[in-house]
Design a protein. Structure first.
Length: 368
């Protein structure tokens, strides 16, 4: 059988593209090298608790069109992301807000907190920050940087903050209100029943093959469809001819505990360097679970190399220059559509991936 589209990757981008193509009476085959569908939003049910297998995913957007779109496929609960940071032996609320400033300095009014931050920016900030450390201190002062940014960031990226480019922290949300709502978007929540509900509904009646690696039989797969929708690493697609793009990887350590409540919050960041993991996720809190047991996941940053999962593109100047070369090749490659964070070498949130897929579909079918 000859398909209209071979879609490489059963994550959110590939699934939305397949659904929309099928709506337009096109045939699709979706393949994925993992043993499940859903990409990084896949949930594994462990004794009635939906485990975010590849890290916490909280859907959030201010775009009503995207919100209405995703609500076709699942009903969402009203989960609001309010992470907590454990640093220097104390808990702090995130994002940086009046609760954080009170926990840090004992300041009680917005004016007191603003004075404290301005004093530190003036004393330690730089007019033209040259790296992430200087940029962060120039935005929020030294106390917040030393306590809540420095060690966490260095763990996350595997480099000293003074060696990281300043653009990674272009701005830091600072709120002079007692508001722990991390995203502050109009629409947010977790799909009831987990993200698999969305993927299953997107891929309903569409042929999907898991444990199927495009690169192991590339010539065959390219021959069975008129077009390829590629959501993997763009540098791998082109044989790394300009060199490998850099990513950060992650490792996850899952543990089932015979207690009802381990940490009282879905996400707790561990900022200090003495902890090798960056955060602990307690999954039941995403769906307000009442089970007598719980499942936690420790998330460890990891150096990426070929063969490991790529999670975060490192968008520094050197990598961007390489990517622009790959992008030029992609634009001149007929019958291949590149989409998603790995193919576009860009960190996307879920709503942005859906938006990107819908834009590509409209372009593909001349509906703009």
């Amino acid at each position: 059988m000859k398909y209209d589209y071979l879609i490489v990757g059963a994550g959110i981008f590939g699934s939305v593209f397949a659904y929309e193509a099928k709506k337009r009476n096109k045939t699709c085959l979706v393949i994925d090298k993992r043993n499940h569908r859903g990409g990084n939003i896949y949930c594994e049910n462990v004794n009635g608790i939906n485990i975010h297998k590849y890290g916490a995913h909280i859907f959030h957007t201010n775009d009503k069109e995207i919100w209405d779109y995703v609500n076709q496929f699942a009903e969402f609960n009203n989960y609001i992301n309010s992470p907590i940071a454990f640093a220097k032996g104390k808990f702090y609320n995130l994002p940086f807000n009046m609760n954080t400033f009170y926990q840090l300095w004992g300041t009680k009014t917005p004016a007191e907190a603003q004075i404290k931050i301005q004093e530190q920016k003036k004393a330690f900030g730089k007019e033209n920050p040259q790296n992430l450390e200087e940029q962060a201190i120039s935005l929020v002062g030294k106390d917040i940087y030393d306590t809540l940014i420095k060690e966490y960031t260095e763990k996350q990226w595997g480099r000293k903050a003074s060696e990281l480019p300043s653009f990674i922290i272009r701005r830091l949300p600072v709120r002079f209100t007692f508001d722990n709502n991390y995203f502050n978007d109009k629409y947010q929540g977790i799909p009831i029943g987990g993200y698999n509900v969305i993927i299953d509904n997107l891929l309903k009646d569409i042929e999907v093959k898991t444990e199927t690696d495009f690169f192991e039989n590339r010539e065959y797969f390219e021959s069975i469809a008129d077009k390829v929708v590629f959501t993997g690493q763009i540098d791998e697609f082109f044989g790394y001819q300009f060199g490998t793009l850099e990513y950060r990887s992650l490792k996850f350590e899952h543990e089932t505990l015979d207690i009802e409540n381990y940490q009282g919050n879905a996400v707790v960041n561990y900022n200090d360097a003495e902890y090798p993991f960056t955060r602990i996720i307690e999954h039941k809190h995403f769906e307000f679970g009442k089970q007598e047991h719980t499942v936690i996941t420790r998330e460890f940053p990891d150096k990426w190399e070929i063969g490991k999962e790529a999670y975060y593109p490192i968008n520094d100047d050197e990598n961007q220059q390489k990517f622009e070369q790959y992008k030029a090749l992609a634009q001149n490659t007929k019958n291949v559509i590149f989409g998603g964070r790995l193919a576009e070498f860009r960190y996307y949130d879920m709503h942005q991936i859906i938006g990107s897929a819908l834009v590509k579909i409209k372009k593909e079918f001349n509906e703009n």
